[in-house]
Design a protein around this ligand. Structure first.
Ligand code: SF4
Length: 153
């Protein structure tokens, strides 16, 4: 049925795409999904947080090959400040005004509401004001136990 609908809407069989880049700004995450080989804790030697300059360099590499969209995809870092994200969004907006609408996954936005102790609608409004382009679905929402610790999955 989906294929018939597609053929009806796009009878010329034209397929389009955009070039998009996921930028993993940190691998520190306290959700601990059992299947995940990406996350590190701050005690691990190979944990990292990318600077705004490093992220701008990655965006430039994307722009250089005709890319138009980025997903800021990092772990649920428990200690990154809201200023880190705002500086990042505001900085990347300036040199790349032509169309890099940075996105965070919905699960990350939920994480921001948790760690910044802020209502979700306020998080969305403030991040949007800082330059957030959109919020695609995906990612895993972290859960806090009654003691405030993250739940291991
Ligand atoms: S939330 Fe993402 S980065 Fe964190 S442990 Fe789960 S899959 Fe890994």
């Amino acid at each position: 049925m989906a294929d018939r609908a597609r053929q009806r809407k796009h009878p010329d069989k034209l397929v389009t795409y955009i070039i998009d880049r996921n930028i993993n700004y940190t691998n520190v995450c306290d959700v601990y999904c059992k299947f995940c080989a990406f996350y590190r804790t701050e005690k691990d030697k190979d944990h990292y947080v990318l600077s705004t300059d490093q992220i701008c360099q990655k965006i430039q590499e994307l722009v250089d090959i005709g890319g138009v969209q980025i997903l800021l995809q990092g772990g649920h870092h428990p200690k990154l400040s809201i200023d880190y994200y705002f500086d990042l969004l505001q900085t990347i907006r300036r040199p790349f005004p032509a169309g890099e609408h940075p996105r965070f996954l919905a699960a990350r936005v939920h994480h921001f509401a948790d760690v910044f102790k802020m209502p979700l609608d306020e998080v969305i409004r403030r991040f949007k004001d800082a330059g957030l382009g959109s919020i695609p679905g995906g990612g895993r929402k972290s859960s806090l136990t009654k003691s405030g610790k993250r739940m291991r999955r």
